[in-house]
Design a protein around this ligand. Structure first.
Ligand SMILES: [Zn+2]
Length: 73
């Protein structure tokens, strides 16, 4: 908690397992937190997989994991 190295988005050489879009550091953090360890996914596909909208998914991440999305995503 209170670890705020999540302020800056980094784009990674890593692509969503489902839709192939380029992933950023936030997507990967969400993936790892939710147990997508082998294949990382973008937050859109993760949200879809959980039957949630993007804002709902971000709320969940913040409430349960204390993870705050970067501004501007
Ligand atoms: Zn995707």
């Amino acid at each position: 908690m209170g670890n705020s190295n999540d302020k800056h988005i980094r784009w990674l050489e890593d692509y969503c397992h489902y839709c192939g879009s380029q992933l950023n550091s936030w997507d990967v953090r969400v993936s790892k937190a939710l147990g997508y360890l082998k294949y990382h996914c973008c937050e859109r596909c993760i949200a879809k997989g959980y039957g949630r909208t993007l804002p709902e998914l971000r709320n969940v991440m913040e409430e349960y994991f204390g993870m705050r999305p970067c501004k501007g995503i």
